[in-house]
Design a protein around this ligand. Structure first.
Ligand code: LLP
Length: 381
């Protein structure tokens, strides 16, 4: 990631800095991997709903994966065609379901028998028809942080395998719902391909089981989850999409006419963004030195919420400066407002600019105004 210090110095911090060239190279690499293959990628809007970022992804021809009515509206505004939008979520409200049907989105990833019931009622009442993919909980451990593991029996997501027959029957017998696919999502920040392989086996088993009953699925949606390299973002600015798509395409036995859909979020936008913050104080503690930033956990919540680590760089320091150990913290009144402990950084001064790398996904989109702070600014360069 290239950060133009002169430009950054003139802008208000905390600031999300987005590098357009990394985003477009990432999108091009995905397109190269799926060229001439029956694969469609829906960008998971939750990772970053910055309108400038969304527009670049829409213009590149990707679909959108939404989880709220407002994400649907933002996607349409950014230029994603309605038909390229899929919509998941365990708690879609009546208003959101009606919005999706009215806008004519591609399909709904339905997460429970209860939701099917309500959808059917609403579709009948308002005279809509809707395409449905059933989100299956495959009970596969993605071996990632427990807050972002979603495909286990104990999680609230998806329809349990024991209830799937009932859900399939319900859609097949409905006059206003069409069964178009199966949907899965096992978790996020997955870097080992093994959980995806297990998912593929489960998919093959389900597809052939239903095929024997004469039920075919046009769409197999495997969700998102491909991880990025938080330790070495500069060495690996683009995730290994080839390995990911090869794993899926080698292991899923797609039938003629069947499409593979993915909902990648982090892998698309994670490495194109950095949070830039100014050093407010370098504070001498009893045994430690603290760098106190003007960015806090409200601007980038991942370290406080998941114990995540984003690589920290002093971009004002000149090359070859001596190094020193610091804890890097924000100004928020919480002990978890820490971005790094015992970080070896060039000797740092008040006013220096610090970049927290790999912050393009779940950074700006999860920012809050806690402590009545303002939301961070952003720039796309
Ligand atoms: N599809 C579904 C149904 C999802 O729930 C998610 C993410 C995705 C796709 C996109 O997953 P990705 O490709 O980005 O891994 N805030 C957390 C991540 C939460 C992910 C929630 N679901 C974090 O900062 O690590």
């Amino acid at each position: 990631m290239k950060i133009d210090l002169g430009l950054a110095e003139g802008l208000k911090t905390p600031l999300y800095w987005y590098d357009l060239s990394i985003l477009t190279s990432t999108l091009e690499e995905i397109k190269r991997c799926i060229e001439n293959k029956p694969v469609k990628v829906h960008y998971a809007v939750k990772a970053n709903h910055n309108p400038k970022i969304m527009k670049v992804i829409a213009d590149a021809g990707f679909g959108a994966d939404c989880v709220s009515g407002r994400e649907i509206s933002a996607s349409l505004k950014a230029g994603f065609p309605a038909k390229s939008i899929c919509y998941a979520g365990v708690g879609k409200t009546d208003r959101e379901l009606i919005q999706g049907m009215k806008e004519g989105i591609g399909y709904f990833n339905v997460e429970s028998l209860e939701e099917l019931e309500v959808m059917e009622e609403l579709a009948r009442e308002y005279g809509y028809t809707a395409d449905v993919a059933l989100r299956v909980n495959p009970n596969i451990d993605a071996h990632t942080h427990h807050y972002i593991t979603t495909g286990l029996e104990e999680n609230k997501f998806g329809i349990d395998l024991s209830m799937l027959d009932r859900a399939v029957d319900k859609v097949v017998s409905s006059t206003c719902l069409n069964l178009v696919g199966l949907h899965f999502h096992i978790g996020s920040q997955i870097t080992d391909m093994k959980p995806f392989e297990l998912l593929c086996d489960k998919i093959n088993e389900l597809v052939s089981r239903y095929s024997e009953k004469g039920i075919e699925f046009k769409i197999i949606n495997v969700g998102g989850g491909l991880g990025i390299d938080y330790d070495d973002p500069e060495g690996h600015p683009i995730p290994d999409f080839k390995r990911y798509f090869d794993t899926l395409l080698k292991n899923i036995k797609l039938r003629p006419g069947q499409e593979l859909h993915c909902e990648l979020g982090r892998a698309i936008v994670g490495q194109c963004g950095a949070l830039i913050s100014k050093v407010t104080y370098v504070k001498q503690g009893v045994k430690k030195k603290f760098i106190i930033l003007d960015a806090g956990m409200n601007d980038l919540m991942r370290p406080a919420l998941y114990g995540a680590h984003h690589k920290i760089k002093n971009i004002s320091a000149s090359e070859g400066s001596p190094l020193e150990m610091y804890d890097v913290a924000g100004p928020i009144c919480e002990s978890s407002d820490i971005f790094g402990k015992d970080e070896e950084l060039p000797v740092t001064h008040r006013g220096d600019l610090i970049a927290l790398l790999s912050a393009g996904a779940y950074g700006e989109s999860m920012a809050s105004t806690y402590n009545i702070r303002t939301l961070p600014e952003s720039v796309l360069v």
